[in-house]
Design a protein around this ligand. Structure first.
Ligand SMILES: C[S@@+](CC[C@H](N)C(=O)[O-])C[C@H]1O[C@@H](n2cnc3c(N)ncnc32)[C@H](O)[C@@H]1O
Length: 314
């Protein structure tokens, strides 16, 4: 039960048109203050004030990451029920909301393009870059152990140069690697040819649009991919929808860090992912974490790598 003054606080927080627009936007996924400022075309202090009011009323949760802060709709606190009501009753076609949605889509397209440009530039160097500062051999050994025996169908999301298709070649009967970078895929194809891996193929595609792969995979891999998304819960949810009954998702990514330059210079959007975040994103996608492990960096300035195995919740 909530005190009457708390309920007044929640209703006041929701009862303002910009804050309603913010709630409607966050219903589509996590957004940074920077994103919201651009979409709403309001000053950053103003947007931050709205967000503070919403956070104080527990309508949104805040996650600070280096110089940025990300916000998501709180579906769990008492105010979660009000959020659900607002999101399901608000007319999504109202002019202001449609405008916000279009701006968000344009912003995401621009961010995707930036990442694609980055990957087209570094594709030739990726196999060297990917192993820098991370305990790669230990991680790959743990991936092999987590996968265990042979699976029928493997889907490698954000396959890049196809390293996971190569590493796991003896563990699947057939595999598809998806990536949005033609340059990365050209290298992946060359690698599969050179290694004579003919039971895997790679395709150009966006991993937030996986309708063609629904219910198709026993094993889905997201290896060093989720940190390129503002809301890693979106690709994780799409990955979940690709699982066959009993299937698993292996996620390998960085633990939270403060290497801000990875954002400005290497197209990262998130500065690592925490166990708690993975749990929330998993829960929202109907997935449980079955196994989690951390690999400390080899060098002092290196990054901790995490491996999570998720499966459909019982
Ligand atoms: C850091 S690389 C990792 C590649 C590979 N998994 C590995 O570990 O070597 C991230 C890859 O994700 C791809 N990627 C990023 N956003 C994507 C999207 N929306 N759809 C498909 N691929 C995407 C990039 O093109 C890039 O090849």
């Amino acid at each position: 039960m909530r005190k009457p003054q708390d309920i007044v606080g929640i209703l006041k927080a929701a009862g303002e048109s910009t804050r309603l627009r913010i709630l409607a936007l966050l219903a589509q996924g996590e957004l940074s203050v920077k994103d919201l400022t651009e979409i709403l075309d309001q000053s950053q202090p103003r947007v931050s004030r709205h967000l503070k009011l919403l956070a104080d009323a527990e309508m949104v949760t805040r996650h600070a990451e280096g110089a940025w802060a990300y916000f998501r709709l709180n579906r769990e606190a008492a105010s979660g029920a009000l959020n659900d009501w607002i999101v399901s009753h608000i007319d999504a076609d109202a002019t202001a909301l449609r405008g916000d949605r279009d701006k968000l889509a344009a912003l995401r397209a621009m961010q995707r393009q930036r990442a694609a440009d980055f990957f087209s530039t570094i594709a030739g160097d990726w196999d060297r870059l990917r192993s820098l500062h991370v305990p790669e051999a230990a991680v790959e050994e743990a991936i092999l152990a987590a996968v265990g025996g042979e699976v029928e169908s493997f889907l490698d999301l954000g396959t890049g140069t196809g390293r996971m298709l190569e590493l796991l070649a003896g563990h699947y009967r057939r595999a598809v690697g998806l990536d949005s970078s033609r340059e990365m895929l050209a290298l992946a194809r060359a690698k599969l040819d050179a290694e004579q891996i003919d039971h895997a193929q790679v395709r150009l595609g966006d991993i937030t649009d996986l309708a063609d792969h629904a219910g198709s995979a026993d094993l889905v891999m997201l290896h060093q991919v989720l940190h390129y998304f503002d809301d890693p819960g979106v690709p994780l949810g799409r990955a979940g929808a690709c699982l066959r009954p009993g299937g698993r998702i292996v996620v390998v990514d960085f633990a939270p860090h403060d290497h801000e330059f990875l954002r400005s210079e290497q197209a990262h959007r998130r500065l690592g992912l925490s166990d708690q975040q993975m749990e929330v994103w998993g829960r929202n996608a109907g997935l449980d974490i079955h196994h989690a492990r951390q690999f400390p960096p080899r060098a002092e300035d290196g990054l901790t790598v995490c491996l999570w195995v998720l499966a459909q919740a019982a």
